[in-house]
Design a protein. Sequence first.
Length: 157
Amino acid sequence: MVVDPESVPVPFSALGRELALSAKAVRAWADDRLARHGSSLATWILLQHAAATDHPPSQSELAGSMSIGGATLVRHLDRLEADGLVRRDTDHRDRRIVRISLTPAGHQHYVELAAIARDIDAELRSLITEREERVFRSVLERMRAHATTTTTETDVA
């Protein structure tokens, strides 16, 4: 049986699919740019979050700010610690807490990656106008807020 493409309904999740595919493509493109400098997007994000606070964040604070699970974070930290980019220290007030800080080599790598990240951001911004960026950010914020506050239970009911 031959199906007329015009008779097939557009999936209701088409916008979500386009968003997911675009995010995946941009992530792969950015990861490739960072790989040319011996790094990755995951490393950049982790170093950026670790460097963003006045005091070394705990592992759980870091995982929370990155929106990843503890086990995923530990794998990244193991690799970065082996590469000499981060250090784990027990909190002097609570020995159950492990704090993450950048080593001097980690800070240098962070500075190098920040320059690459600025170039990536500038290239993406060059594709759209300032007005389009404001609208795009607003739409993304609304979608993220909706996705983080909506539960599957409301869809079932």
